[in-house]
Design a binder for this molecule. Structure first.
Ligand SMILES: Nc1ncnc2c1ncn2[C@@H]1O[C@H](COP(=O)(O)OP(=O)(O)O)[C@@H](O)[C@H]1O
Ligand SMILES: [Mg+2]
Length: 358
């Protein structure tokens, strides 16, 4: 899979751009705050319908002082799909695939598969569990849209249950409703647990092999899914905690408390790994994600490497570069420094300044 072109209009600081990508390597370079990440963000939007940055609203994306923004992305052969996203400050965004509006966001998943790797992804192991859940959710959604619908449903029921818990603090009138929500939440949650477990198992197989290679055979990486409740005790855990949940007005157990744990040579990497080991494990995980998408989809995703090479030492840079192969890759960096000199001769190079491709 590769992206042929990307046209942007009033997208953040990019008032107009028409970019023709190479099916292989692309390097976008420029000083800080010129719009490099914005370009990758726009590509990512076409894959997932939202920004890779958390807490971004559609409005944030529209250029300051403009009312609308537009993204148009065309895929290259054998696909000729066209993805159009139109953002209107006052309205819900519209997403068209081949000129037809999609009815549900889940219908967009899989049209364009990308793997985004930015500096924040190097923090995956050190950051909190919510970041690791977000990682799992985003990746699974790309390969399984049933998961996406279940996840949406789960969070809707969770919100309803939490609202009810708050109401029950004042009056016990609707207590029976809690049992209904328990059933619905656990039914939906059990499906999510199954999919998450199988995703992490698949990811682990690839990550373990990749990490062994990266560490020259010295380290065994193991990624484990740590579900907060099991399929069997989901509902009983909810029931057991009714009183506590009413006091806090929130649901203390469920898949919204899940985590992913990384081990190197049997030791928890978050607690005992060096910063270097944690970074390597993050790289292995990203590369495993690529392999997983490749095996599920039967083709390469597009790899978006946002300013990450400069953060890494030579050896880790090389592990990433080696993994690129013939996969379309868009790399952003502040300059054509040593880290990418070797590959820049094979790349299409773009220079960006104040939102303009020079
Ligand atoms: N909605 C917006 N309208 C105009 N400019 C924006 C908007 N959102 C962000 N920007 C600008 O985009 C620039 C950051 O772009 P970014 O792609 O993150 O830079 P970098 O080249 O460092 O990756 C900043 O100058 C910021 O002010
Ligand atoms: Mg950037």
């Amino acid at each position: 899979m590769y992206i042929k072109s990307l046209d942007l209009c009033n997208y953040r600081n990019i008032s107009k751009a028409e970019i023709e990508f190479d099916p292989g390597l692309n390097i976008i370079y420029g000083k800080n705050a010129q719009g490099k990440t914005n370009i990758l963000e726009a590509v990512y939007m076409c894959s997932t319908g939202r920004s890779h940055r958390s807490c971004v609203t559609d409005k944030d994306i529209i250029a300051f002082s403009e009312d609308e923004a537009h993204i148009m992305l065309r895929l290259g052969l054998p696909y000729t799909d066209k993805i159009d996203i139109h953002l209107d400050g006052g309205k819900k965004k519209t997403i068209n695939v081949n000129g037809m509006p999609i009815q549900k966001l889940g219908d967009l998943f899989g049209v364009l598969n990308v793997v985004f790797f930015g500096p924040q992804d190097l923090q995956l192991i050190q950051s909190g569990p919510s970041e690791r859940r977000r990682f799992m959710d985003i990746e699974i959604c790309q390969i399984n849209n049933i998961y996406y619908y279940n996840l949406k449903k789960y969070y809707k029921i969770l919100k309803q249950r939490n609202n009810l818990l708050k109401d029950l603090q004042k009056s016990k009138k609707q207590y029976e409703l809690l049992d209904i929500y328990d059933c619905q939440l656990s039914e939906c949650g059990v499906k999510l647990i199954k999919i998450r477990r199988s995703f992490i198992e698949g990811l682990n197989l690839f990550a373990c092999r990749i990490h062994k290679k990266i560490s020259s055979g010295a380290e065994e990486l193991c990624i484990e899914y740590k579900n907060d409740v099991s399929e069997k005790d989901f509902i009983s855990k909810l029931k057991k905690n009714h009183e506590r949940d009413i006091v806090t007005g929130s649901t203390s157990h469920g898949v919204h408390k899940d985590d992913v744990v990384f081990f190197i040579n049997g030791k928890n990497t978050r607690l005992f790994g060096s910063q270097g080991q944690q970074r390597s494990a993050c790289i292995s995980t990203k590369l495993a994600e690529i392999e997983l998408i490749r095996s599920e989809r039967g083709e390469n995703p597009v790899f978006l490497l946002d300013d990450v090479l400069s953060e890494l030492d030579k050896q880790r840079q090389q592990s990433l570069i080696n993994a690129i192969g013939d996969m379309q890759t868009i790399i952003t960096c502040t300059g054509i420094e040593d880290s990418i000199k070797d590959i820049s001769s094979k790349s299409k190079i773009f220079n960006i300044k104040k939102g303009k491709i020079l």
